[in-house]
Design a protein around this ligand. Structure first.
Ligand SMILES: Nc1ncnc2c1ncn2[C@@H]1O[C@H](COP(=O)(O)OP(=O)(O)OP(=O)(O)O)[C@@H](O)[C@H]1O
Length: 711
């Protein structure tokens, strides 16, 4: 009986197929397990046939249904493993298959694929351009060095034309995988011997002889990182059920470099635009820290409970559910961790009030003391000065820096303000309540007086943490090597916190890395969304300079976002229903569609209209599990960290984005005004960058000033 293997290129196309097509794939695959090779070729339904003018004579197509074809690499050397490499619409299948050539890498011995036709067509013109170029990217490496790393003749010729990293990037989808990865490492500045150790030696079989073994089956067996070999029917059902998670194995060299560096001398910061794999890098770092030592305990934190649940799930996938590793990781939000620390010590914790109640308390304080400030101003002074600097007495408040606040306070005013803070705290106490940041302050005190709870802390979505939360994390772990690994993106900061990591005992200077390749969205979605931020500059994560999205790019392409104004909210929601139905008709599952708005009021309308049209719906705040059906609805804030194949952002009007009530008037505090506006702008950016393939942005009435205007 033949055997069946699946290449990673197959999963990328299979994952997004409609259910009936997937069923067709399963049916065809079952035949490979039931029939002999001769029977396979004779099977009328399967239609296993060779491809006209194929550059690889082993290329075959199989029929899935009238429209879809599978592309298969068939053994011609007496071995019996068939490799399923792609599922493509009928006509494209022949074109795709004809151009591909599979070869065995001379160094790693893995099976690789290249677009041989494109490389042949491009190389002569590039050679001409290279002849007059000032410098070439790989000039300092001899042919011998490159060949030892597995670069073959055709690739070598192409490599000698590459002038810079962008040109290498343009080649990425054409070159054989292992060879491409070697070149990326060299381009990142790794030494050939390091590349040999980290890429080649890791993959090369221990018993590899002097020349590559020719059998396809052996090459397939050597390519565990990209090919899954399936032996029985249950295993087949299992692999076809579970979506393939490419991020588990294929790290970009820049991701691998940050995640698998043996050790860092202190805190590390990894930044990058949306979808650049920061969460993926954080998960791989956790794996590295756990496997490096048999008893290390890791605290992995993120911002919301929903994100913590998704981290837990993905970590379990990455660690293959191994309890000896998983039991040593605590995955939680900073607030939940602080809560647990306080509960452990004090026996109980006062319950935290929500934002609305907190605002009401401040209103009461302002009224009772007849203060000249708004509740918003008081809440901000407390958050950005008092809690941020951990000010506990009037004396230290008198001396506290108010940098970043755009209004002066005389000593007498500070006294008045301090009495407001005291009244606020007594009102809280009377309610037997507290706030999350006060729980964090208590937890930080307790941790300072006891020993650290973990050996390593890994922080995802770091951009929104408040200094009081950073103090907790700082004290959860001893100062020293590999203490904190921090990932975040200041362009996605949607809550207001001003943080200087250095002043909190978290110096990251010299240990800052940036990821630039977006794996989530198409270049069209990315380019449009990035323009939302063009008019502003954003401070870096550590609060020590500004950050930029320069060099940020995607390798994926698709349609440009749809950007539509409507005469009324009703018309806008009606158009949303149409759009969602269109997406579903294209084969997108409802759960792969996200709909968001600034406020729940509009979301409720969208919910009702979608449901009335027979579209299944689920609200993110109800925590639908990954398997629950239904278009996901969420506020823009709740979209943080999530991703969907299609996203509709509703209600992007001038009155909602920015939302005036959330923006401090410039007359009250000019700096705070700017900062609040920036948060609202980032919120729209976060919402739009959740989309993988399709983005639709809409409004009724006057458009938000943050929506990029057509050029
Ligand atoms: N090396 C990789 N290969 C394939 N897919 C990847 C890789 N790295 C990340 N991805 C995928 O890209 C998407 C974005 O990754 P991730 O969520 O880690 O990005 P992020 O930088 O944390 O995003 P954000 O800041 O927007 O929350 C995910 O679907 C992830 O699985």
């Amino acid at each position: 009986m033949p055997q069946l293997a699946f290449a990673s290129s197959f999963w990328e196309s299979y994952d997004v197929l409609e259910k009936p097509v997937k069923a067709g794939v399963r049916k065809a695959m079952e035949k490979f397990q039931r029939l002999t090779v001769a029977e396979l070729y004779a099977d009328k339904g399967l239609h296993l046939e060779s491809v006209d003018k194929a550059r690889d004579p082993r290329m075959r197509t199989i029929r899935i249904n009238d429209f879809w074809r599978g592309v298969v690499l068939a053994p011609d050397d007496g071995s019996d493993v068939f490799l399923l490499v792609n599922v493509v619409p009928h006509d494209d299948a022949y074109i795709w298959a004809a151009k591909r050539l599979y070869t065995t890498n001379s160094a790693t011995r893995g099976l690789e694929v290249r677009n041989v036709v494109a490389i042949e067509q491009l190389t002569p013109a590039l050679e001409k351009a290279a002849a007059t170029a000032d410098s070439l990217l790989f000039a300092k490496y001899s042919d011998t060095v490159l060949r030892e790393l597995g670069i073959d003749d055709q690739v070598l010729r192409a490599v000698r034309t590459i002038v810079d990293k962008p040109q290498l990037q343009a080649f990425e989808t054409l070159l054989p995988e292992d060879q491409c990865e070697v070149l990326q490492y060299l381009a990142e500045g790794f030494k050939p011997e390091d590349v040999y150790r980290d890429v080649v030696a890791l993959r090369r079989p221990l018993d590899a002889g002097p020349a590559p073994e020719e059998s396809l089956a052996v090459a397939i067996a050597n390519t565990a990182s990209r090919i899954t070999l399936v032996t029985g029917p249950e295993e087949l059902a299992d692999v076809l059920e579970k979506p393939f998670a490419a991020w588990r194995v294929f790290l970009h060299p820049s991701q691998r470099r940050v995640a698998y560096r043996v050790s860092y001398g202190g805190p590390v910061q990894v930044t990058g635009g949306p979808g650049t794999g920061k969460t993926v890098a954080a998960l791989h770092r956790v794996r590295h820290l756990l496997t490096r030592s048999a008893d290390a305990r890791v605290l992995l934190t993120t911002y919301t409970n929903a994100l913590a649940a998704s981290l837990r799930e993905n970590l379990s996938v990455l660690l293959d559910g191994d309890p000896s590793l998983l039991d040593r990781v605590d995955v939680t939000t900073v607030n939940a961790y602080a809560h647990a620390v306080v509960t452990r010590h004090d026996g109980k914790v006062l319950s935290p009030v929500n934002d609305r109640d907190e605002r009401q308390l401040w209103q009461k304080v302002a009224k009772q003391l007849r203060l000249p400030w708004t509740d918003q101003f008081l809440a901000q002074e407390c958050r950005h000065v008092i809690l941020a600097q951990d000010v506990r007495t009037l004396d230290s408040y008198r001396a506290a820096s108010r940098r970043g606040r755009g209004s002066a306070l005389s000593p007498a005013r500070r006294e008045e303000l301090w009495s407001a803070v005291e009244l606020f705290e007594s009102l809280l106490l009377a309610r037997k309540a507290t706030t999350h940041l006060r729980i964090c302050a208590r937890a930080a005190d307790l941790l300072a007086a006891s020993s650290p709870t973990h050996d390593h802390v890994v922080v995802d979505e770091a951009q929104d943490l408040h200094p009081a939360q950073w103090r907790v994390l700082r004290r959860a772990v001893e100062h020293g090597s590999d203490d904190l690994f921090i990932t975040g993106d200041p362009h996605q900061q949607i809550y207001d916190s001003k943080v200087s990591l250095g002043s909190l005992g978290i110096p990251v200077t010299g240990r800052t890395h940036r990821l630039r390749v977006n794996y989530r969205s198409t270049e069209e979605i990315l380019a449009w969304s990035t323009r939302i931020l063009t008019p502003v500059s954003v401070e870096d994560l550590g609060g020590e300079g500004s950050d930029t999205l320069a060099g940020y790019r995607s390798l994926l392409h698709g349609r440009r976002p749809r950007v539509d104004g409507h005469g009324s909210e009703q018309a806008e929601v009606a158009s949303l229903v149409e759009r969602v139905q269109e997406w579903i008709a294209q084969g997108i599952r409802p759960s792969e569609i996200g709909v968001c708005a600034r406020f729940n009021v509009l979301l409720d309308k969208a919910h009702d209209r979608l449901a009335a049209a027979g579209v299944p719906v689920a609200r993110i705040k109800d925590h639908p599990g990954p398997d629950a059906d239904g278009v996901r609805l969420a506020t823009m804030h709740a979209m943080k960290g999530l991703e969907f194949r299609c996203v509709a952002v509703l209600g992007v009007t001038a009155s909602a984005v920015p939302f005036a009530r959330e923006v401090t008037p410039a007359t009250v505090d000019a700096l705070q005004h700017e900062s609040d506006l920036l948060r609202e702008r980032c919120l729209l950016f976060v919402a739009c960058t959740r989309a993988r393939e399709a983005l639709a942005v809409s409004w009724s009435g006057t458009v938000s000033p943050f929506v990029p205007q057509e050029n």
